[in-house]
Write a protein that binds this ligand. Structure first.
Ligand code: FA5
Length: 345
């Protein structure tokens, strides 16, 4: 009786093992036939009722059945696992003949390229590059530049104040005072300082409330206005070529004496007058002059021994001239269609 039961169990179990395609189901078959509460264990429990002769025969058979089922489950498991792996390999196959994905490279922003070009030129002339804070003290932005608190020329640059004594710098000229102070009365000093500046200007095609400047400062014994003219001429020819016209106009800055402004003939109308140059034919790109003796004195330099020149230019205007860009706002809105055009610049 038990013998038939065991043989029947073996047959049923093997049929289930061979017909399943799932590892999970195989595991369930293992538990249901060979587990502690499974039918084979049940058979073994009933062995006490058997005769002495029958007991070892049935015991042996039960063990054989258990081993056979275990072994067949193992074989089936290996087969299913291999099949699964093959399916996975097939689905993850890589076609090495497909073309690769294109790597998109970025590029420098046009303004960064222009600043770098100017830096390279001046480094070649013996200047070094210095950077200063955008949140500046009133002292360096104005007072150390010969603009005391009540000076009317403070109105030339409408400022964003943070406290009474702290503001967003309105120009890069505070770096003149900071650099001179650092040199403790001893020349030569030769720096250019690029950076962002802020003014309460109304935005239009050629003005922005935040823009860039590049400051230049050269202080030594016997520096003259003709040196300034020479350096600016080299700069203008390097940046714009020989065919743009240049003019120096007498001007006023409290921190330079004498002061000049350098203009370049309008790129749009070639000097005839248009909306970009507001009908004048000229676009101003920098202010300059000989460092005022008061500025030298306040920063610890003896003006009877040292003289110097300084200039401050707008790289946006330089880029606009050089690349025929007619609206300064294009630099800040970062439309990729605009930026892409200057990948090589
Ligand atoms: C100054 O800021 C002086 N610190 C320059 C200077 C330095 C003079 C050293 C003498 C010695 P000015 O305000 O003119 O000067 O500005 C200098 C340049 O910045 C201008 O020629 C122009 O190119 C640019 N600029 C001025 N305002 C704006 C603006 N709102 N948007 C864009 N560029 C501007």
């Amino acid at each position: 009786m038990l013998r038939e039961k065991l043989l029947e169990l073996r047959e049923k179990a093997l049929e289930s093992v061979h017909s399943t395609n799932s590892l999970k189901q195989l595991q369930d078959i293992h538990v249901s036939y060979l587990g502690k509460k499974g039918p084979i264990t049940e058979v073994l429990k009933g062995m006490g009722k058997l005769s002495e002769e029958e007991r070892p025969v049935i015991g042996q058979l039960a063990n054989d059945v258990r081993k056979t089922i275990e072994q067949q489950i193992k074989v089936r498991k290996e087969k299913l696992e291999r099949k699964l792996l093959e399916q996975q390999i097939e689905s993850e196959k890589i076609d090495v003949t497909l073309p690769g994905r294109k790597i998109r490279t970025g590029s420098h922003h046009l303004l960064a390229s222009v600043v770098r070009e100017v830096e390279d030129l001046f480094i070649g002339l013996g200047f070094s590059v210095a950077e200063g804070p955008e949140v500046e003290e009133d002292y360096y932005n104005f007072e150390a530049l010969n603009l005391p608190k009540d000076h009317p020329a403070r109105d030339m640059q409408d400022s964003f104040y943070i406290t009474d004594e702290i503001l967003l710098r309105t120009h890069t000229s505070p770096m003149q005072a900071r650099t001179l102070e650092k040199h403790k009365g001893k020349g030569p000093v030769r720096i250019i300082c690029p950076g962002k500046v802020y003014r309460r200007d109304n935005d239009d095609a050629t003005h922005s409330h935040q823009f860039m400047q590049i400051e230049g400062l050269y202080v030594d014994k016997n520096v003259r206005l003709s040196d300034l003219k020479g350096v600016l001429t080299v700069f203008a020819r390097h940046m714009f070529g020989e065919d743009r016209e240049i003019r120096l106009r007498p001007s006023f800055f409290p921190f330079t004496e004498p002061s000049v402004e350098m203009d370049i003939s309008c790129f749009r109308c070639d000097g005839h007058g248009c909306s970009v140059c507001k009908g004048t034919g000229w676009i101003e790109i920098l202010g300059a002059g000989m460092v005022h003796p008061n500025v030298l004195r306040m920063s610890g330099f003896d003006p009877s021994v040292y003289t110097g020149f300084a200039f401050g230019m707008g790289p946006e205007r330089i880029a606009m001239l050089k690349y025929g860009i007619d609206d300064i706002r294009l630099f800040y809105t970062n439309d990729v269609r605009f930026l892409k055009q200057f990948k090589q610049a």
